[in-house]
Design a protein around this ligand. Structure first.
Ligand code: GRF
Length: 208
């Protein structure tokens, strides 16, 4: 049984896709043991509560400095003893000590086809604004392992989504969520929970 902790900051639609995946049996061999948010008002925490899953708020604002927050966040993660940490719209940079404590055991969903529109400053709606500004015809989402960089870890899976001429950032974000994020993240968790992925030389391979 893969024990997972999910980190969130906002509405929690990706968390909901994981919860629904477990409930419907699309995600197997997985137990969601806790949800951690940096935002006490995150709707994602309400989704966890409705599912009877412990929700914890750890915000950098509660700590004297970032280093103290990083230590507290990492200690909380370790206390939960997860096999996998899932970043589902988590807007806080993962501390290096947490990445070191969970090598190739933290995954993130990013709303673009990495290496496009990613890295520092590319998050949430801003990603889609930049995609529309550039005029790309295809965008999508990427689920990847987290390393010490920003959106630079080994790519697990990607899914393309066509941009439509009348798209706004909001309509594009919604379609990328529906057609890519909410499919990729549960699928990646199920693959990891059932031992289908290997990482070698920074590349992810699916066992046939
Ligand atoms: C999603 O667009 C995700 O790709 C990005 O942040 C947003 C989170 O949405 N990382 P939600 O909180 O899962 O609804």
């Amino acid at each position: 049984m893969l024990r997972i902790v999910v980190c969130v900051s906002g509405s929690g639609t990706n968390l909901q896709a994981i919860l629904d995946g477990i409930d419907t049996g699309r995600v197997t061999n997985t137990e969601l043991t806790a949800v951690i948010s940096n935002n006490a008002g995150a709707k994602a925490l309400k989704r966890a509560e409705e599912h009877g899953i412990p929700g914890i708020c750890i915000s950098p604002r509660e700590y004297a400095d970032r280093e103290t927050f990083n230590r507290a966040f990492t200690e909380e993660l370790c206390r939960r003893k997860p096999d996998l940490v899932v970043l589902a719209g988590f807007l806080v940079k993962i501390p290096e000590q947490a990445v070191a404590a969970f090598p190739n055991r933290i995954i993130n969903i990013h709303p673009s086809l990495i290496p496009s529109f990613c890295g520092v400053g590319y998050y949430g709606l801003k990603v889609h604004e930049k995609a529309l500004e550039r005029g790309v015809r295809v965008t999508g989402a990427t689920v990847h392992f987290v390393n010490e960089g920003m959106d630079e870890g080994p790519i697990i899976a990607q899914k393309a989504v066509y941009v439509e001429d009348n798209d706004t950032p909001e309509s594009l974000q919604r379609r990328v969520m529906e057609q890519a994020e909410w499919i990729l993240l549960p699928q990646a968790i199920d693959d990891i929970a059932n031992g289908r992925l290997t990482v070698a030389d920074g590349k992810v391979r699916r066992k046939v």
